[in-house]
Every structure is written in structure tokens, then in C-alpha cells.
Design a protein around this ligand. Structure first.
Ligand code: MCF
Ligand code: ZN
Length: 326
């Protein structure tokens, strides 16, 4: 199987619905409304997605819940050939932005990730993420949690959530604090809003990578700029199609962005919500654009170059990629 890197995956968003349903039952939390009769997550459109995502998070109340979740998610990724993954985690959901609690959650995730690295050979790093629709004040608390725990496991700082709310420049303090602590910045932009959000992410927050970024395609001068700067887009085509931004993989701009020299990578975002996994994403891209192993090897190499981890980890992953392509 092609070894794969994944740079854009929300930990709670990767929780299988059965996992969340069983925690809800255990804790007598009534979230039955978030499930369809067949047991999958039920939502229609982005606003409802955000609502049920956050409802699912109410079942994750202890570090050990995140520990179990980490195991479930990494085991699943390893099944799809993922050897390196960066996962979004938020102090907002892990202990309600309390710095002591956040440390405990992060430690639980980190220990389980280390166990999985030994057991199935997948390397995980974490990106602390603030939530745009919670506003800049809460983001500052999130950034303080993140800055205190920056290191070889927590390597990045990001922002996700409702892109049409607020202005990115209002989150500058948080991104500056995170950057000073050594965390590398990635910004969800150009998904629900147009190219101007991508420009803001670069200018106001100094984003090294853009989460999604696909709507940059609506401004070809920006596309050229992204290509020249070498900014990496964390594209999640299946997510965009499932949420209705594009009608199909064939109509997704990842093909044209790649063709125009933009550095693109492929991730699943929130796989059980979008009925996808990385194997399916590759298959759909093969069908839509005739991408072959050579293109996928390029995308994985791009992901490795753009990874936020230390150089020793990069060297180790590079060797595994090379071994697969001789
Ligand atoms: O990338 C997708 C869609 N665009 C924006 N935000 C999210 C996506 N998946 C999860 N999120 C948000 C989610 O609503 O990320 C936050 C939640 O607020 C969690 S980050 C650990
Ligand atoms: Zn995302």
C-alpha cells in the first residue's frame, strides 16, 4: 500500500459515530439527534455540521476518552497506509481552556500516540487549534495553553470553525504568542469564504499552510502568488464535496491548482462525517484527474516538506517513503 502522510485531520472529527454513541450511553448524555437511523452522523450543510460536531464533543469529558479516541483514530489511519499524521486538537474541547486540564489531555493523547507508534508504526504530531466562532478572547486563552505546551509533540497552532465570522486579524495576538513559543501556523481559509480570506491568512497571521484554501482558484493572481511563495494547501476534496462546496471530485479545483504549480496535499478532515477515508480520496482523485502513483508520491513528498515536525522525524519518514518507491 502507498505510504501516506496526512496533515489535516480533526481528532474529534475522526471519531467513529459508534465510539461517540457508546460514550454517550455510558455517561447518560442524550445526543441521539445527531445520528441517522443507520448510525452515521446526521447533518445537512456546514452550520449543522458544526453543531453536531460540538454535540459529539460533549461526550469527550476526560483525558482517558481522548486517549481511547487517539487509539481508534490512529489504528484506522494506519489501515489506510498513513505513516505520519498531524492532528488538530483544541484546548477548547480538552478541558475548556483550563491550562492544567489541557496539559493532562495533551499528555494522554501523547502517550497513546507513542504507544501506537511502537505498535503500528504511525507517527503523530499535534496542532492546537482555536475556534473562530468562539471569538478572539477565547482564542487568546487557547493560545496560552498551546504556548505553554509547545514542544516535540505539539508543533503547530491553527484556527478552524466558521470562516464567515469575524476577521482573521483579530486573532493576530494568539498567532504571535503561538509563533513565539515555536508553534507553526496553519489557517483554515478559502473554504466557505473566497480568496480574500486566504490573503488575510498570509498577511495577518503569517500562515505557512492553508487549511483548504481551494477557493483561491477564484483569483488567479493569488494562485500565482501561492505557487511562487510555495504555500502548501491542505486540501480535503471529499470534505468539500460532502459539504456541498463543489458538486464532485471532477469539479474540485485541486486538479487545476496542482496544474498551476500550487503545492497541494490531500487529507480527510473529518472522515466519518464525510463518509470517506484516505484510500477513497486517492481512488476518487485517480478517477477524476487520472492521478497515478507518481503524482501521489509528489503530494506525499510535499506533505513531508510542509510537515511541522523536527528534522529527525522528517528524515525517518523520508526513508520510509523512499523505501516504498524503489
Ligand atoms: O475543516 C472542516 C470544515 N471547516 C471548518 N472547521 C472544521 C472542519 N472540521 C472541523 N472543524 C471545526 C469544528 O467545527 O474545528 C473545530 C470545531 O469547531 C475543532 S478543531 C480540533
Ligand atoms: Zn478542517
Amino acid at each position: 500500500m502507498t505510504p501516506k502522510l496526512e496533515l489535516h485531520l480533526h481528532l474529534e472529527g475522526a471519531a467513529p459515530p459508534r465510539f461517540i454513541a457508546s460514550l454517550a450511553k455510558e455517561k447518560h448524555i442524550d445526543i441521539a439527534g445527531i445520528f441517522a437511523p443507520d448510525g452515521s452522523y446526521r447533518f445537512s450543510g456546514f452550520a449543522e455540521f458544526v453543531k453536531i460536531y460540538e454535540a459529539a464533543c460533549t461526550t469527550l469529558t476526560r483525558p482517558e476518552d481522548y486517549q481511547r479516541l487517539t487509539r481508534a483514530v490512529l489504528e484506522d489511519q494506519a489501515q489506510h497506509g498513513v505513516i505520519y499524521t498531524e492532528i488538530f486538537l483544541s484546548p477548547d474541547f480538552c478541558g475548556g481552556r483550563d491550562r492544567g486540564a489541557w496539559r493532562e489531555y495533551l499528555q494522554a493523547v501523547r502517550e497513546e500516540a507513542a504507544a501506537l507508534e511502537r505498535e503500528v508504526g504511525i507517527t503523530m504530531k499535534a496542532i492546537a487549534t482555536c475556534i473562530r466562532h468562539f471569538g478572539p478572547d477565547k482564542a487568546r486563552q487557547t493560545a496560552r495553553c498551546a504556548a505553554e505546551t509547545a514542544g516535540d509533540f505539539l508543533v503547530g497552532f491553527g484556527i478552524a470553525g466558521v470562516e464567515t465570522m469575524g476577521k482573521l486579524k483579530d486573532f493576530r495576538w494568539s498567532f504571535d504568542a503561538a509563533r513565539e513559543a515555536g508553534l507553526k501556523p496553519t489557517v483554515h481559509a478559502g473554504e466557505w469564504a473566497g480568496p480574500s480570506e486566504v490573503r488575510d491568512a498570509l498577511r495577518d497571521l503569517g500562515a505557512q499552510r492553508i487549511g483548504h484554501g481551494v477557493r483561491a482558484i477564484e483569483d488567479l493572481a493569488l494562485v500565482d502568488e501561492l505557487a511562487e511563495r510555495g504555500t502548501v494547501l491542505e486540501c480535503c476534496p471529499g470534505s468539500n464535496v460532502a459539504l456541498g462546496i463543489y458538486p464532485s471530485f471532477r469539479k474540485h479545483p485541486i486538479g487545476e491548482l496542482y496544474h498551476r504549480g500550487v503545492k497541494v496535499t490531500v487529507s480527510t478532515d473529518d472522515p466519518p462525517f464525510f463518509h470517506t477515508n484516505l484510500t477513497r480520496e486517492y481512488e476518487m482523485l485517480h478517477e477524476a484527474f487520472d492521478w497515478d502513483e507518481g503524482v501521489f508520491a509528489t503530494l506525499n513528498r510535499t506533505a513531508l516538506d510542509a510537515a511541522f515536525c523536527d528534522t529527525d522525524t522528517k528524515d525517518k519518514i523520508a526513508k520510509r517513503l523512499e523505501a516504498a518507491h524503489v
